[in-house]
Design a protein around this ligand. Sequence first.
Ligand SMILES: NC(=O)c1ccc[n+]([C@@H]2O[C@H](COP(=O)([O-])OP(=O)(O)OC[C@H]3O[C@@H](n4cnc5c(N)ncnc54)[C@H](O)[C@@H]3O)[C@@H](O)[C@H]2O)c1
Length: 316
Amino acid sequence: MKVLANDGISQSGVDALKSKGFEVITTKVAQEQLENYINENKVDALLVRSATKVRKELIDACPSLKLIGRGGVGMDNIDVAYAKEKGLHVINTPAASSASVAELVFAHLYGGVRFLYDANRNMPLEGESKFGQLKKAYAGGIELRGKTLGIIGIGRIGQETAKIALGVGMKVVVFDPFIDDVTIPLEFFDGQKVEFSIKTISKEEVLKQADFLTLHVPAQKEYVLGKKEFEIMKDGVGVVNAARGGVIDEVALIEALDSKKVSFAGIDVFENEPTPAIKVLMHPKISLTPHIGAATGEAQDRIGVELADQIGELLK
Ligand SMILES: NC(=O)c1ccc[n+]([C@@H]2O[C@H](COP(=O)([O-])OP(=O)(O)OC[C@H]3O[C@@H](n4cnc5c(N)ncnc54)[C@H](O)[C@@H]3O)[C@@H](O)[C@H]2O)c1
């Protein structure tokens, strides 16, 4: 059986698939040539990340396909219901990247409270001539320890983020309309374990209490943070979005940054991906990453192996 991993797959995933007897093709086929390629090569399973689109037309045009796999969480690029209706298996790896996304959130938070996003822009330009001025400009940092992190959405990634926050001594407040309480297991390097329970509170309370806010919700029809929500927040709050473009109103965010309501933002996902608004890219108070939440070796290894295991089960 043939598996086309069109947006790439980790070597561990390739090895796991090969050991189960699958032929793995890792050629990147352009979207418009995909239909021909799948039919000519009689591909059984198509694996994608977020780049390749698997729409109704492609599913209809490729009768050899038995399985569509998404390495990662969101399946916005796949017509899932239609594929299932046509009898195809549709799989993803929802938990594999949660810890990596949570670490990126903290990269943005730690970078934010010490102005790393700005220092890294200005040190190459003026570090030699204005060292003292830059030192002064970036001197007003704060610690995360003891501050309150507001988590909006306490699913897989929200919980991984809470684990780190608790570990570094932050208070954690949570809003999730579908969850009343969560028990988060904190596991230490030597096998010791502590369980920490958190009751969710209202969105308004989270917005009022948080020194920092991070979003971990699925794609939504409406903004989760817009003008109204920014008004409720504490002055000087830091905001991170590593969930989905479109859950924060970027125009309202820029206004809130300019008015100093928000002191900095960490943004990994953008409303207009893959061509984010220039106002967001150029803003001096935004710490930027190009949608790399899940892009660690460890997450990609887990994704590859999880896909291989599921494919092995479903197509054996
Ligand atoms: N930056 C990246 O590279 C990256 C990587 C993986 C996932 N993600 C994104 O992270 C997000 C979260 O993923 P997850 O695996 O934790 O999902 P999940 O389904 O485990 O958790 C989502 C949580 O959000 C809650 N929720 C839904 N609507 C809400 C709302 N309006 N307000 C508050 N809570 C709400 C749900 O009840 C659920 O508990 C998704 O959007 C996913 O696409 C980003």
